[in-house]
Design a protein around this ligand. Structure first.
Ligand code: 5BU
Length: 449
């Protein structure tokens, strides 16, 4: 390695941009090292040096614009753009929750290409996500420059998708330089290497709780990925529809408070159907209060939901206490967190969705998966790729063809939902509003599996 680069690595170490010790990561894992390149921006010389090194690395590539992923990489991208005399554009960090605003800020011509700069690459997923934002805005993205590549093989992953990764420093190089300068010893280095390898393994653990396993078994046994949403207001209609659909569904989704004639017999009868036709009961209650209140709403009141339902929907907005309030001390119960709703202009943006997935992963013993939605295969697949292994994606707002209703519901087609990776589709009016219910349920069942 050249002198300039090892000198640069030492400077990163001296400014505490690379630290060794014990650090708790977002995932809950304890890491023996931590890289925080935000510090670079507070050291003008180091920032300039970073820009010079990146310029050296990318100056032979062809691109029309320079971009940095906010916030950390934006200052250095600005310097790089200046040195190369190319225009700077960048993608909004917080996705607009609604509206049609372009996610790309700055002036550009469609069809031209952009170099994207980021500080650190761990898995490559956030870079791919950014590339997709640029691509959907009509720009080409092929080359990425990062300061440190601390991944196992992000370059390999990116190249499979047609992207080139140009990193200034790889983890092994960084460790070598610090060892040569007596900042690290062999045992610490093997600890770090072991951590990087095993944390990748930890990320690939499948979080499958007993309820999820039941759902997965039913999908295979029934050859169906169908959840029927039976939103009618009286028991007579309810069981009439259930008679024609029960054997083909994996779960029956209820809104029990829609019924005008709810009583104990309804619950008894429903449980008998569930046992006879082997489906889970899914009360779409969308709990959204503090732990103490949801516990009472779930286990008490006139509905006593916890007594008869297998799964319920939960909003993560009150924080993780809601999961404890609902499920602590109960067996064979699980929730689905709302990660992205199907209704038009809903306020769940990308950041919210990501936080919900983090919460769900940490509480995988009681979170079977997520309610999510997308209006295209690509959007659904993007969401699915972020869902921890072993947890499920349930998608409402599904019909045979894409459609909408007059109150903001958006429907994506079954084909797109399944192609995008939805584990289960939730269908209401696509089935229950049809004259021939039996025919409709068979159509959805076979299109789903
Ligand atoms: P539909 O008739 O297929 O539109 O019914 C959809 C059902 O799924 C309905 O019970 C909604 O309450 C439920 N739903 C939804 O449509 N979108 C969402 O984001 C969530 C639930 Br969460």
């Amino acid at each position: 390695m050249n002198f300039q680069l090892s000198n640069y690595i030492l400077k990163l170490y001296e400014t505490n941009a690379i630290k060794f010790g014990e650090f708790t990561l977002k995932s809950g894992l304890k890491s023996p090292f931590y890289i925080d390149l935000r510090h670079i921006n507070s050291h003008p010389e180091l920032l300039k040096q970073t820009a010079d090194l990146i310029v050296d690395q990318v100056k032979k590539l062809h691109f029309d614009y320079v971009s940095g992923i906010p916030y950390t990489a934006l200052p250095v991208a600005t310097l790089v753009a200046d040195k190369l005399q190319k225009p700077l554009i960048y993608a909004r960090k917080e996705e607009k929750a609604y509206g049609t605003k372009n996610p790309i800020i700055g002036q550009y011509e469609k069809g031209k290409s952009c170099l994207i700069i980021d500080d650190l690459i761990t898995t490559g997923e956030s870079i791919i996500e950014t590339a997709e934002k640029f691509q959907s805005a009509g720009l080409k993205t092929k080359d990425f420059a990062v300061i440190i590549d601390r991944s196992n093989d992000a370059a390999g992953l990116l190249s499979k998708q047609g992207f080139n990764l140009h990193s200034l420093i790889k983890l092994d190089q960084m460790l070598d330089v610090l060892k040569q300068h007596h900042k690290l010893d062999d045992s610490k280095i093997s600890q770090i290497k072991f951590f990087v390898k095993s944390s990748n393994k930890a990320e690939s653990i499948a979080y499958t709780n007993t309820v999820t396993q039941k759902i997965l078994d039913l999908i295979e046994q029934k050859k169906s990925r169908l959840v029927l949403s039976l939103d009618v207001d009286n028991q007579h209609d309810f069981f009439k529809i259930l008679d024609q659909t029960a054997e083909h569904i994996v779960m029956l989704k209820t809104h029990v408070d829609i019924l005008t004639d709810f009583d104990e017999t309804f619950i008894r009868r429903l449980r008998e159907y569930a046992d006879k036709y082997r489906f889970l009961i899914f009360e779409d209650r969308k709990f959204a209060d503090i732990g103490n209140t949801v516990r009472k709403q779930y286990r008490g009141g006139i509905y006593r939901i916890a007594d008869w339902s297998d799964v319920v929907t939960v909003h993560g907005i009150p924080g993780e206490g809601i999961l404890q309030g609902l499920f602590e001390g109960l067996k064979c119960k699980a929730g689905f967190l709302l990660a992205k709703m199907s209704s038009k202009a809903n306020l769940m943006n990308e950041t919210y969705t990501r936080k919900i997935l983090e919460m769900g992963q940490q509480h995988h013993s009681v979170v079977s998966g997520y309610i999510g939605h997308g209006t295209s295969v690509a959007e659904i697949r993007r969401l699915k790729n972020k869902i921890p292994k072993g947890q499920l994606l349930l998608m409402p707002g599904v019909k045979l063809q894409s459609d909408k209703d007059s109150l903001g519901q958006q429907y994506t087609s079954v084909r797109e939902a399944i192609e995008g990776g939805a584990d289960l589709i939730i269908v209401g009016r696509g089935i229950i509003a049809q004259n021939d219910i039996k025919k409709a349920v068979m159509k959805y069942k076979s299109a789903s599996y």
